[in-house]
Design a protein around this ligand. Structure first.
Ligand SMILES: [Zn+2]
Length: 395
């Protein structure tokens, strides 16, 4: 593993460049330190640039997963009773596998002991390889509510604010709130909201006071409505769970609030959803497709996410998940890739840092031996990877 950044420039030549929005009219990327300095090799370079011939590879921005849990072990079939405090090596292994798969940014949406923040800092220092992490710490949840074992229980707004302040004091990048129950926690009901709209609005206001966005876990329709009205930044899952189950309660008026408030939807479609595409019956799939299709048609922006860490969902599987996401949501390959690059950066407030191949942004670069706009499977064949200017894999 090479995690060095060189002071001299590196010029990657002989590329086809898709910059996160469209094909670029350039065939080289110049990298210096952690940043992209130019598309096209400048004629004069300070020092001797290292020139790498990339043999016609396709360059795209490093991929972004908007919903992961670094502390969760996907091989465990049940959630932990509490955070395992001795798992730094496994978390570092997950981070390494992610960046080796071309995932250069990930948003961690919950843990119990801020271990992922320590990992975030070690990656940023260059001490260990991994994606840039932005972290929420302990999610705010109701007493006994979804993922209460992480320690973020709050019965009212005053208690929610105390949980929030605790996260701020630990140095989080955003706030996560469990607006509805979840499937993983016994006794919590995915179809029911855990907080009313006033409490959610108060949480958003307090987070804004600290300059932090809010991500809201929402399965049930009422929770989706409350979170949208409260003005969260992203709605996680957005499952439209009603009395008749998953995706049974899509409501256009509520989708319109999501659109008007500029909220991003993070649908957490992982590789395992392939089984829905394979299933012969497909009633849930038809409902999911209808709901997502209506939201996309309306213009609601989607950000790619997997919920990595939950049972069976591995941290480095976003490249495979994107193919499943595009087929389930009915997105073009280009729109799917935008949702995991330039769009993801907008959703996460990182557009000034990453998400596109452009001068001034981080050198988060993925080289592929095929064109993912033609075939998403090309994402699973990285031939070169740079994360924040560090070469993870050289062509
Ligand atoms: Zn999650």
């Amino acid at each position: 593993m090479n995690v060095k950044t060189s002071r001299n420039a590196t010029v990657l030549r002989n590329l086809r460049i898709w910059d996160g929005t469209a094909w670029a009219d350039a065939d080289s990327i110049c990298v210096q330190g952690p940043s992209i300095t130019a598309l096209e090799a400048p004629e004069e370079q300070p020092g001797k640039p290292t020139v790498i011939d990339c043999a016609g590879a396709v360059a795209i921005p490093g991929l972004m997963d908007a919903h992961v849990h670094m502390e969760l072990n996907p091989e465990h079939s049940k959630p932990p009773a509490q955070t395992d405090l001795n798992q730094q090596p496994q978390m570092e292994k997950r981070a390494r596998e992610m960046v080796e798969a071309g995932i250069t940014t990930a948003r961690d949406l919950g843990g119990g002991a801020w271990l992922e923040l320590k990992l975030r800092n070690r990656i940023a220092e260059g001490a260990v390889p991994g994606p840039r992490l932005i972290c929420a710490g302990q999610p705010i949840t109701s007493p006994g509510g979804h993922c209460h074992f992480w320690g973020g229980e709050a019965a009212d707004l005053a208690q929610a604010r105390r949980v929030l302040e605790r996260q701020v004091s630990q140095g989080v990048d955003l706030i996560k709130v469990m607006a509805s129950g979840g499937r993983m926690t016994k006794g919590s009901d995915p179809s029911k909201p855990q907080f009313d709209v006033e409490t959610l609005s108060g949480i958003v206001t307090s987070a804004q006071h600290h300059g932090l966005p809010v991500a809201a876990h929402c399965h049930g329709t009422r929770a989706i409505e409350y979170a949208a009205r409260a003005g969260v930044s992203t709605i996680e899952h957005c499952s439209w769970v009603g009395q008749d189950g998953w995706a049974s309660d899509y409501q256009e008026e509520i989708a319109r609030i999501i659109l008007e408030r500029g909220v991003w939807v993070s649908p957490t479609i992982n590789r395992g959803w392939q089984r829905m595409l394979d299933s012969k019956t497909g009633a849930v799939l038809a409902r999911v497709r209808a709901a997502y299709g209506a939201m996309l048609e309306m213009g609601i922006p989607f950000v790619a996410s997997t919920d990595a860490g939950i049972p069976g969902v591995f941290h480095h599987h976003l490249p495979e998940a994107l193919g499943v996401f595009s087929r389930i949501a009915g997105l073009t390959n280009a729109d799917t890739l935008r949702s995991a690059t330039s769009g993801a950066a907008r959703a996460l407030g990182l557009s000034a840092i990453t998400g596109r191949l452009a001068p001034g942004l981080a050198a988060d670069i993925l080289l592929l031996d095929g064109d993912p706009l033609e075939d998403m499977a090309a994402l699973t064949r990285p031939v070169g990877i740079w994360a924040n200017g560090r070469a993870v894999r050289l062509p």
